[in-house]
Design a binder for this molecule. Sequence first.
Ligand code: ADP
Length: 258
Amino acid sequence: IGSCTDITERRQVEAILRTHSEALVRSNADLEQFAYSVSHDMRQPLRTIAGHLHLLELGLAEQLDEDNKESLAFALDGAKRMDAMIVSLLDYSRIGRKTEPKIYMEPRESLNEALQFLEVEIEEKRADIVVQGDWPVLSASRDELTRLLQNLIANAIKYHDSEDVPHVTVVSTEHAGLWTVRIADNGIGIEPKQIDKLFQFFSRLQSRARFDGNGMGLALCRRIVEHHGGRIWAESEGEGKGSTFVFEIPLAQNETPD
Ligand code: ADP
């Protein structure tokens, strides 16, 4: 007695899947190369523009009237801002490629490092930072986690009315194979319908006159969390009600270090 199964269709589907996944790998590599070239190669001409604008500013200081001086200053500021945006894109394209590989580590150490980097801001604003919960050991890229925590805590300190004293809580929990961190502040809050926009490239809700920044911090955070197989989101009841940024990363996904 024998049995015979026709697997022609399965083989065809497998071949199609293989072709698609090869195409996907190629297109990802192309995109990475594109992001790298755009950000790397465009900086050089931009630096030339900024450098010469600066020379013009110095050379023409005596001859220019106030309006023309202002125009030159705007042009120089624009070139500098564009350079900062390009540097952020370069940083973005480096996540997972040029960052530290994943190793077993204690994210609590990344938090300590992030708080050290933020020492000046914390002192200036007399911010009160409370750290709570259980901090697990997991496989992660150390510099990426430091960056993630630093960006989120920096925002929690920054987005306040000037007279406010920032109160920030950082709570870590481990449950059902997920590591979750909630960073809550008592700051200016976010209109709920604006929340989805925050994680996009160069997305900002406030003017640069009120809060400095280029809107890439949260896009970078999302990229880091996704590189660790997790997700990130924000919660707020509205303006003036504070905000909470939450990310969760599966522990199991990271059992095999890079
Ligand atoms: P940046 O701070 O450089 O503008 P981000 O990507 O870090 O860029 O943040 C994007 C926008 O999200 C900010 O411009 C701000 O409008 C909003 N935002 C981020 N964090 C907070 C927070 N803790 N409270 C209120 N708004 C925030």
